[in-house]
Design a protein around this ligand. Structure first.
Ligand code: AQP
Length: 345
């Protein structure tokens, strides 16, 4: 892997209701990584349309994810923030990868099964091919590291399978054209910390998700203090006090979730949080969790709302980021076309 320049890529779908899971599992990590790596953060609008979107809401949501990136602390001057549809290399590479990936590989993807549900025949082809586009997003930049929540692990494995098959199918050509042994890196997923899978506040067995019908299941990044307080107060728990060791959380999904959220917001481990709250009742812990959530999320929500007043600025960030992203992806795609054997002028 040493041959590839270290580069981080990740994306968030502009599908509304950005929540605490998106923040702790992904965006907070994006902010931390920008200190160490060259980072490319994408508003993945081509992914969003794999399920029907209202065009006016989609435009709003693209800007809102961009505002969230900036409000959380990603510096658009240092790092690249852009929306996927402005860089056509993603769609082109996805097509080439559609011809590399195998149907059997995609049939194993659990996210498609969950999202398509029983009405599988009626799901879009885009929803089925979603992980192939995700592989193209990453590999159009030959990204080496991808911070994501736990739910994306399987898709990352598929991206590695696609990279490996491309490298092997075209190995002679890759060598002959002077690219060395392999053209695409084996991208590493970055999934770590106490909140890689934040669960619903109403049901500790379900992932916190944008599409949950109940707004009480999630804390939105734009929720005001009263809403955050009310949602945490109503969050499902059991009747036992907080335990002193992490092992005891294994059979207490809701308690485990709230402790994980506190730990991630406080930049602590779950063990350290339990050391602080062992024996406390949930009423007390929820008060502390509310105060911490309001302290950390309040400024983000306010800044998002302020930025959303200036859509010209947001659009200029996306235009600038798209031009910089294209400058990286275009030569990579040129080489891919050459490797595949297309004639280009
Ligand atoms: N609950 C979660 N806990 C931790 N990380 C999460 N992520 C999403 N939900 C959680 C991570 O957030 C990043 C962006 O996710 P996305 O916008 O691409 O889409 P998603 O995973 O489809 O979001 P939702 O909320 O789960 O939407 P629906 O309701 O459609 O299922 C990713 O890195 C993801 O891992």
């Amino acid at each position: 892997m040493a041959r590839f320049k270290e580069r981080v890529f990740s994306g968030v779908q502009p599908t509304g209701n950005l929540h605490l899971g998106n923040y702790l599992g992904a965006i907070k990590r994006f902010v931390e990584l920008q200190e160490k790596y060259e980072c490319i953060y994408c508003v993945v609008d081509l992914h969003a349309i794999t399920v029907a979107q209202d065009p006016v809401e989609l435009t709003h949501n693209i800007r809102e994810v961009t505002a969230a990136f900036i409000a959380c602390g990603i510096d658009p001057k240092k790092q690249i923030i852009f929306n996927q549809s402005q860089v056509q290399e993603h769609a082109e590479l996805a097509w080439i990868f559609n011809c590399i990936a195998r149907i059997g590989w995609l049939n194993r993807m659990t996210q498609f099964k969950e999202k398509a549900g029983k009405d599988r025949e009626n799901a879009s082809i885009g929803l089925y091919a979603y992980p192939v586009l995700m592989a193209a997003d990453i590999l159009a930049y030959r990204a080496t590291h991808v911070p994501v929540g736990e739910d994306q692990k399987q898709h990352l494995e598929l991206a590695r399978d696609i990279a490996q098959k491309f490298n092997s199918d075209f190995s002679e050509r890759i060598k002959a054209l002077g690219h060395g042994e392999t053209f695409f890196p084996m991208t590493e997923p970055l999934i770590s910390g106490p909140a890689t899978r934040v669960m619903s506040l109403r049901d500790g067995t379900k992932k916190m998700s944008k599409s949950d019908a109940s707004d009480y299941s999630r804390i939105n990044l734009t929720d005001v203090a009263d809403e955050i307080a009310q949602k945490i107060r109503k969050a499902r728990t059991d009747s036992e006090p907080l335990p002193s060791d992490e092992k005891a959380l294994e059979v207490r999904a809701e308690a485990d979730n709230l402790v994980g959220i506190y730990a991630a917001l406080a930049n602590k481990t779950k063990t350290a949080v339990l050391a602080q709250f062992a024996g406390a009742q949930f009423s007390k812990f929820k008060e502390e969790l509310t105060a911490l959530s309001v302290e950390k999320l309040g400024p983000i929500g306010s800044e998002m709302k302020r930025l959303m007043q200036d859509t010209k600025y947001i659009d200029s960030v996306l235009a600038n980021g798209s031009a910089r992203a294209r400058a990286i992806a275009a030569p990579i795609l040129k080489s891919v076309r050459e490797i595949v054997g297309f004639v280009q002028s």
